[in-house]
Design a protein around this ligand. Sequence first.
Ligand SMILES: [Zn+2]
Length: 505
Amino acid sequence: MRWSTGSVKPSVAKADLLVVGITGQDDDRPRLRPWRDLDKTLGGLKALADGQVFDGKADKLHLLPGGRTAAAWVLTVGLGKVKDLSPQSLRKALAAASRRARAVGARTCVLALPWSDLGDMTAEAVARCCVEGAELALFRPGSEKAKTGKDAKPSPKSWKLLVPDAAIGREARKGFVAGEAYAEGCLFARDLVNRPPNKLTPVALSRAARAMARREGLSCTVLGEPMLRKLGMGGILGVGQGSRQESKLIVMEFKPRGVRGKLPLAALVGKGVTFDTGGISIKPSANMHEMKGDMGGAAAILGAAMIIARLRLPVRLLVVVPAVENMPDGDAIRPGDVLSMASGKTVEVLNTDAEGRLILADALHYAGKRKPDWIVDAATLTGSCLVALGHEFAGLFANDGKLGDALRRAGGETFERVWPLPLVEEHHKEIESPIADIQNIGSRNAGASSAAAFLEEFVDEKTAWAHLDIAGPAWTSTASPLCPKGATGFGARLVARAVELLAGS
Ligand SMILES: [Zn+2]
């Protein structure tokens, strides 16, 4: 989709579809003051409002013939009450409008917003949210062409946002660039998670990562099993040894060209279990297919890296993604096995389904050797986190206030929300092993916290580190205007925005 700005009156903007954002009064009746121009050309907007043909309720759509406007059709979209307007309500309104635009076959769209009602949102933020809303809503799962048959209707090819003056236009165009990067990073993550596990093996994931790196200007090295053996990565090799698919460690680096001075180093680590059967501690068969999403953390981190590189954020980046498949076979690790990790620590494996932390341990240790300013890891790590926080929030563990605050603020802005969970000495007690340095599970209680404690064993205590348990929000079984069923791409926008905030401070 191409986004541009224009500064004509809505009634004279040429398009297949003129989308008009209508704010609501306290009783949900539409606020028509910003639309005097349209009242005349549409033959009585006020009469239509009085007849309750449309209103300002959030996400309500009403399609009208273009009348004497220059557009073939006019679509009103409710933005909700002025006092409730937020970045997310704007994204949702644009999501609803762009889906309708596609349904009616509109190729060129013009968007008119009531700027005076948008309050303290900057024009850049408004534009960013509009792009995100429209692009995220039009995502269709199944890019691998697994679904045969007729091609679906095409998406609109251009959007023009009407702005009151040149300064707002400039701000808005900055927002388009950011919005497109953010949306595409999220969609990249969604697409990876939705891919079937026979197509997205660790090798295929590393190929997808390499292709993205080439496109976006990051360097990418993929370490295979011989190299992992040299590095003593018993966690990654142990989890992968029951699978015929070779395990990989994907390493990417990025530094924006032409930026002077010493830039901080952000290390991003993502869990890439391309399919998780549970291993010998095998999972029940119901919904096991959803375990293709156990690389949601890897997808989120790769999506975040894509956004950061695309926007040339002033930060150096190190991306570390361990990619494995967790299968049960004659070579698989057993409950009771002891693994030697890259850091030198030994781990007693009590449950082979707690494999994510084993591969992350080696990846966190690898990332830590570079002494980054921040490490953020994302992982679909524990069912406990899903039980505690549901699908709306990721669990946030942070050993550093500034890093935790950046993630919380980024969560609010992107609506990829996080909630802090505790991590204290007692959680480390949970994973004491009688025969090795630690064991890979604690008791039934506070499973998200004991998993985080396990990871913390592999992070230098002087390094600012945050762990995001995204087991809940990475996947949705109900469609919403912004996302169909399946992968949500959760984490890509969140992590990129947090890095953007940290790099700018
Ligand atoms: Zn597992």
